[in-house]
Design a protein around this ligand. Sequence first.
Ligand SMILES: [Zn+2]
Ligand SMILES: [Zn+2]
Length: 185
Amino acid sequence: MLIPHDTRSALDTVVDLMNTAPESGQDDKLTDVEALYDFVRMHMVSGVGELTQRDLKAVHGIRTLFAEVFAASDSRTAAETINRLVAAAGTTPQLTDHDGHDWHVHYFAPGASVADHLAADCGMALAFIVVAGEQERLRRCEAPDCGRAFVDLSRNRSRRYCDSRTCGNRLHVAAYRARRREAAG
Ligand SMILES: [Zn+2]
Ligand SMILES: [Zn+2]
């Protein structure tokens, strides 16, 4: 599957945002405005001014909607959530070649809040995946006690675990299951 660079980096942002949430098997990592600033800096979300508690709350809302897209059992359900995300963000597609990048489309409206920026650009990246018929690539790690989100870009859609070292190790998982069986029996 050919994924444009931009879509790919937007998908990385989706996954990283989802993985700040408790569902991914740890404490919430996005609990204050400072953490939101760090996230925005790390993902180079451009054009975002001063951030407030309100932004934080709005981004939590977007994070929940991303999780709903990943949890969607079929493409229709995913599409409905994506449409809601993108519509609420008020998109304004703009071709741009800023900062030496090749031509690509920004979907967020000029002056958009950080939540609207993420909803528009990341929402469109998720839309692209659904259009490509690849919704099942939006996954969560199957390792016990994990649940981190990831996008399976493997050729045969066979990836089951996130990037973390322990999860990627099937032996570790097998050993855990065996121990649990023993404990249960
Ligand atoms: Zn750009
Ligand atoms: Zn994992």
